[in-house]
Design a protein around this ligand. Structure first.
Ligand code: SF4
Length: 408
C-alpha cells in the first residue's frame, strides 16, 4: 500500500505524524510524497484557528481530486469533528487522536502488533529531530480548543525519553523538545500519576546522557522557565539553544484574565524575559500574540504593542482572533469587528518584522553555532542557536550536520 502523509499545525503534530508514518512503514506500507501516487492519504489536522480548518477541508478535497487515494483524517480537528470532515470526499475514517494503532486499524491493516512502541523517529535526511516529552494540557485557555482535543497533561518518563534521545543522537545534531504544554512536564494535576520531574530536571538528564547534541525547547511559557532551565540556558550554550518561543498572547492583564491565562501577568512575563536577556549574550526570542481577542480595546492593544516594543523579540507569530466553536471565547461578549482585528494584526506583524530585521542586523557578520535544517536549490539551510536561518552554497558545505556559520 502506498501512503501519503500531510501535517497541519505544530511540532507536536509533526511528531505524531512521524510516529504514525513509522508504524505504517513497519507494517510494510510504502511512503510516497505525492498524493496522486497514493492508495491512502493520512492527514494530521489542527484546530488552532478557523483558517487551519478551512485549509484542512481544502486539502482533503484536493487529495480526493488528485488521484484515487482514500483519506484518513487524524489529530485535533478530527477529535472535534461534528461530521463535517467525515462528509468530505473520499474520507475513509476520522480518527479522533494520533494513536498509530487506531490509524492502522482505520486503514484496514490486519495486524497492528508492536505499533504502540514509541520507537525513535529518525527523520530521514534531516539533522534536527523531534522528541515529544508530553501531550495534553491541564489549563483551559478560553481561545484554545487544543486542550479539549488532546486531553490532560500526560508526561513520558525520563528513562524512556533518555533512551529515545540517545538513539536520535546517532543521526541528528539537534533535538527539539516538543509537546502541547512542555513547561508543565511532570506536573500532572492528577495526583495518581507518578510525577517524573520537571522540564528543568528532564533537560539536565538529557544533556548528561547525550552531551553531543544541541537541545532546543519548542514553545515554553516564560514564567515556566524555572531556575534549572535558566541555568542550563545560560551555562550550557552548546547543549541548549539560546532560544525561547514564549507565548505572550496579550500584553494587557485584563485580556490575559479573559483568556484564562492566570499563571502570569504582563509584569511577570516581562521580568522573566528581561532577567534572561541580561544574561544571554545572544538570545532568539519569539512569541505568539492574538490580535482582537473578544473585549480587547484600543488601550489593551496598545498595552500589547508597548510590551512587545520593550522586550528583545527577534520574531513574532501573530494570530488574528478567530472563533473556535468548541472554545469558550466564542461566547464571550465584546467580539471585535473583523476589520479592526485585521488592522491590529497588521500593526503587530509590522512590529514583528521590524524587530526581526533589527535583530538580524545586530547579528550580521557574527559567528554562530549552526545545525543543518534543510536543503534545496543548491543551498543548505542552517539554523543558528538563536533561531536565525543562514544559507550556505552546497559546494561550500563540508557535509557536517553542525558547524560554525557566519550570519549574513
Ligand atoms: S496553555 Fe492554554 S493555549 Fe496552551 S495548550 Fe493549554 S489551554 Fe491551550
Amino acid at each position: 500500500m502506498n501512503v501519503y502523509f500531510h501535517t497541519f499545525g505544530c511540532k507536536a503534530n509533526q511528531y505524531d505524524t512521524d510516529l504514525v508514518r513509522q508504524a505504517f512503514s513497519d507494517g510494510g506500507a510504502t511512503v510516497v510524497d505525492d498524493p496522486s501516487h497514493a492508495d491512502l492519504a493520512v492527514i494530521n489536522s489542527c484546530t488552532v484557528t478557523h483558517e487551519s480548518e478551512v485549509k484542512l477541508r481544502r486539502f482533503v478535497r484536493h487529495v480526493a481530486k488528485s488521484g484515487t487515494a482514500q483519506t484518513i483524517v487524524m489529530g485535533c480537528a478530527a477529535a472535534l469533528d461534528d461530521g463535517t470532515i467525515a462528509a468530505l470526499p473520499a474520507v475513509r475514517a476520522v480518527v479522533p487522536n494520533a494513536d498509530p494503532i487506531m490509524v492502522l486499524r482505520a486503514a484496514g491493516f490486519p495486524s497492528v502488533v508492536g505499533a504502540q512502541h514509541a520507537a525513535p523517529l529518525l527523520r530521514a535526511g534531516r539533522s534536527r529531530a523531534l522528541l515529544k516529552i508530553q501531550d495534553g494540557c491541564d489549563e483551559h485557555c478560553t481561545f484554545c480548543a487544543t486542550t479539549i482535543a488532546r486531553g490532560n497533561n500526560r508526561s513520558r518518563s525520563v528513562a524512556e525519553l533518555v533512551r529515545e534521545a540517545r538513539e536520535l543522537a546517532e543521526h541528528h545534531a539537534e533535538i527539539v523538545l516538543t509537546g502541547v504544554h512542555i513547561g508543565t512536564y511532570g506536573q500532572e494535576a492528577n495526583q495518581g500519576v507518578l510525577t517524573p520531574g520537571t522540564l528543568g530536571t528532564l533537560l539536565e538528564a538529557l544533556i548528561t546522557a547525550v552531551p553531543s547534541v544541541r537541545f532546543r525547547l519548542s514553545s515554553v511559557e516564560a514564567t515556566e522557565v524555572d531556575d534549572t532551565l535558566a541555568r542550563l540556558l545560560i551555562e550550557a550554550p552548546r547543549s541548549v539553544a539560546a532560544h525561547l518561543h514564549a507565548p505572550l498572547q496579550s500584553g494587557s492583564n485584563r485580556i490575559l484574565k479573559r483568556m484564562g491565562r492566570h499563571w502570569y501577568t504582563a509584569d511577570t512575563y516581562r521580568a522573566r524575559i528581561e532577567w534572561l536577556a541580561m544574561r544571554l549574550p545572544v538570545f532568539g526570542l519569539g512569541a505568539d500574540v492574538i490580535a482582537g481577542f473578544p473585549g480587547e480595546t484600543e488601550a489593551d492593544h496598545h498595552a500589547s504593542l508597548t510590551l512587545l516594543h520593550a522586550l528583545p523579540f527577534t520574531y513574532l507569530h501573530v494570530f488574528p482572533f478567530s472563533v473556535r466553536p468548541d472554545a469558550p471565547a466564542a461566547k464571550l461578549p465584546g467580539q471585535v469587528p473583523p476589520d479592526i482585528i485585521r488592522e491590529r494584526a497588521r500593526e503587530l506583524r509590522d512590529l514583528g518584522e521590524s524587530k526581526a530585521a533589527a535583530y538580524r542586523a545586530t547579528r550580521a557578520g557574527q559567528a554562530a553555532d549552526g545545525v543543518v535544517s534543510g536543503r534545496q536549490g543548491g543551498r543548505v539551510e542552517v539554523l543558528t542557536q538563536d533561531y536565525l536561518s543562514v544559507y550556505v552554497r552546497s559546494e561550500a558545505w563540508s557535509g557536517r550536520p553542525r558547524f560554525e556559520v557566519v550570519i549574513d
